[in-house]
Write a protein that binds this ligand. Structure first.
Ligand code: MRU
Length: 363
């Protein structure tokens, strides 16, 4: 996407193939910070601390992590250990284990002294494919947005509600849930986005709001609790969210609070769609609600809040009473019955086992 007049990706390799650069998303929207990662410990820390976040992007970052590991030790055992270490950084988004497994599968038949170059090429391919996949999701999603817009008065923008950040910052480029919005903008289809703030880490307020602003897409930030109210008043035409993992039965795991949006959408007859690259599909899990591991993050993300002080310095302030108990599940699972459809790179599919099986089988 374009930032300050420049075409950017969220991750890019150093020309010397000895490091990978990321945008440190903890600085946004206040600071543009870039981080140079040189080994898997730094890659693990960047994923765990959410300097990089978003399911597809943590997959691509972990792939580069394994390429960096090859510079030190590229034996099968070393790569297996590195994969386990990286997969452990965040447990919910399946893209992480998907990318590291793809790296290992690609490297297994390669001679030890050629693995470094091969790993670098494979990580680059994963990143490039992510861009193409998301652009394709954008095209399929655009067709959906056009259909929904056709049912509205010609001068009224299509009202999209989104949760968390599933835009270009969450991927290598384009985003998943926001790719159709960017395609709509390019096609001249008027769109306005309601941006959930997304407590507790506020990816909506800090990242989606920044990202849409950069791209010139009209948006309004809302409190997480406002979505149901807007839906009751007919101010939302479609809910579009991303996914961290979709199970074989079509259950969708995404940022905490997504489930409540799906319930409100169902109650109000608002279409609820999930953008899902196939790298987020986990055919090994039959029942998403029972089986998808839900990451629990530090209580401090709830009890404290980060922002700028009146001198423009980044700071953190305490919201909750000192030492209070707090529980911070980072994701929830929306049952398939509440999902209107899954927007994938191969088209829009029902959130149902048979339809998903047919889609994946049709490779
Ligand atoms: O905790 P985060 O910020 O990594 O969570 C991100 C989300 O939940 C996104 O909606 C999801 O990863 C899809 S991103 C294209």
């Amino acid at each position: 996407m374009i930032v300050a007049g420049q075409r950017r990706r969220t991750i890019w390799p150093a020309a010397e193939a000895d490091a990978v650069y990321i945008i440190d998303q903890r600085g946004l929207p206040h600071r543009w910070l870039e981080l140079r990662l040189t080994d898997i410990a730094e890659v693990h820390a960047a994923i765990r601390s959410m300097a990089v976040r978003g399911a597809p992007l943590i997959g691509a970052t972990a792939a580069y992590g394994l390429a960096l590991q090859c510079r030190h030790q590229a034996t099968d055992a070393a790569l297996q250990a590195a994969k386990a270490f990286l997969d452990n950084a965040r447990p919910t988004a399946v893209n992480l284990a998907w990318a590291t497994q793809r790296m290992l599968d690609a490297l297994a038949p390669i001679a030890l002294d050629e693995r470094c170059a091969a790993a670098w090429a494979e990580a680059g391919a994963i990143a490039d494919e992510d861009v193409a996949v998301n652009e394709s999701i954008g095209e399929h999603g655009l067709a959906l947005l056009r259909r929904l817009a056709a049912a509205k008065p010609a001068d009224a923008p299509l009202q999209v509600l989104t949760h968390c950040n599933a835009g270009w910052l969450a991927t290598v480029d384009w985003g998943t849930a926001l790719a159709p919005v960017y395609k709509a903008q390019a096609a001249g289809l008027a769109v306005h986005v309601w941006v959930d703030e997304t407590r507790p880490r506020n990816q909506g307020a800090s990242l989606t709001a920044w990202e849409l602003g950069q791209q010139g897409v009209p948006f309004t930030l809302i409190a997480d609790n406002a979505g149901g109210h807007l839906m009751q008043r007919g101010q939302v035409d479609v809910v579009l969210v991303g996914a961290d993992r979709v199970a074989a039965n079509g259950d969708v795991c995404n940022k905490i609070g997504t489930y409540l949006k799906a319930l409100a959408a169902h109650d109000n007859g608002v279409p609820f769609y999930v953008a899902m690259p196939l790298s987020s599909f986990d055919a090994t899990l039959g029942d998403g609600r029972a089986e998808i591991p839900i990451e629990e993050r530090a209580a401090r993300e709830l009890t404290h809040i980060a922002g700028l002080d009146d001198k423009g310095e980044m700071t953190e302030v305490q919201l909750a009473p000192a030492g209070c108990n707090a529980l911070n599940p980072a994701f929830d699972v929306t049952p398939a019955r509440l999902v209107g459809g899954l927007i994938t790179e191969r088209g829009i599919v029902a959130a149902q086992a048979a339809a998903l099986q047919a889609l994946v089988g049709a490779a």
